[in-house]
Design a protein around this ligand. Structure first.
Ligand code: C2E
Ligand code: MG
Ligand code: MG
Ligand code: MG
Length: 283
């Protein structure tokens, strides 16, 4: 076995490493063809008014079903797609599919439901997002207010020269701009006031621990205070329990998303949830 080890600081060749490289290649090969083969779909997770349970928007989450690999979660394949660059095409598909769905809901008489999509930083760099978004809205005859874009904290940190201009152009279209998983990655406080965004999404990393874990409580409190004092909207992610909902309400967090309300839903299930009476009419 030692004969197989590579000298000079190269990584040792082990069966596990070989397996991992094999897996990576397999994922990347299938990923390349996935869009053409129609293997992606979107599910829609409700964003809910924490007081009344009314659905006020949806987050579109991508799902990939491949005949050989089975059902692949985004946490497993988005990073590969970012490495290979496939994320740009996938992201374009997500944008158009979300707009198509909102259009279809409108045709069916459900009104215009705002849908949030996730935008990878790589995708943000690769294309003129304001143009793709403008075109997708026009294609499906939608106002900008039908769409929300969620960016990772990286867009704050990297502070690329064109970011502010792109955000301004998106804002002029009427599109909502949000920083996803806020608080997870970096200390973004210095940057968050520089970009013309509408809101933050409090990371589920911290929501999970409330109301018992005191440091999670402190982070949630701090993010809520930041959002309030900067005049930003705030959505709590990963709300799983009634105790969490109560705690967040007390903090003044208006909106939540999580398994307490619903997971990502197929379009017709989502519409069914929209029509149902709220979960906490008497809260
Ligand atoms: P995210 O944007 O922060 O989305 C929230 C994730 O948390 C989703 O996982 C959702 O299913 C999960 N979640 C929702 N409620 C709860 C809860 O109460 N408890 C727990 N434990 N989890 C909850 P999902 O769908 O597996 O997506 C994972 C990540 O993959 C997303 O995190 C996002 O960063 C990325 N992603 C998903 N769809 C897309 C996409 O279309 N484009 C890009 N670029 N990234 C995407
Ligand atoms: Mg998101
Ligand atoms: Mg998130
Ligand atoms: Mg996340």
């Amino acid at each position: 076995d030692s004969k197989r080890r590579v000298r000079n600081g190269w990584q040792a060749f082990t069966p596990e490493l070989a397996q991992r490289q094999q897996d990576r290649l397999q994922i990347e090969t299938h990923l390349r063809r996935a869009a053409d083969n129609d293997e992606f779909h979107l599910v829609y997770q409700p964003q809910v008014d924490l007081r009344q349970g009314r659905v006020i928007a949806a987050e579109a989450l991508i799902r990939w079903e491949n005949h050989q690999l089975g059902e692949m979660r985004p946490d497993l394949f988005i990073s590969h797609a970012e490495t290979t660059g496939d994320i740009v095409r996938i992201g374009g598909w997500v944008l158009r599919e979300a707009c198509r769905q909102v259009h279809e809901w409108r045709e069916q008489g459900h009104g215009i439901i705002r849908v949030a999509i996730n935008v990878s930083y790589r995708q943000f760099l690769a294309e003129d997002l304001a143009i793709s978004v403008r075109d997708a809205l026009a294609e499906f005859d939608l106002p900008g207010s039908a769409l929300e874009l969620e960016f990772t904290e990286r867009v704050l940190i990297e502070d690329a020269p064109d970011t502010v201009n792109t955000f301004m152009a998106l804002r002029e279209l009427g599109v909502m701009l949000t920083i996803d998983d806020f608080g997870e990655g970096y200390s973004a406080l210095n940057y968050v006031r520089r970009l013309p965004i509408h809101g933050l999404k409090l990371s589920q990393l911290f929501v999970q621990g409330v109301p018992d874990n005191q440091s999670d409580v402190a982070v949630c409190r701090a993010v809520a205070a930041i959002a309030r004092s900067l005049g930003l909207g705030l959505v709590a992610e990963g709300v799983e329990s009634e105790a969490q909902r109560q705690f967040l309400l007390q903090l003044g967090v208006p909106v939540g998303q999580g398994f307490l309300f619903a997971p990502g839903l197929a379009p017709d299930e989502f519409v069914h949830r929209l029509g149902r009476s709220p979960d906490f009419a008497h809260a």
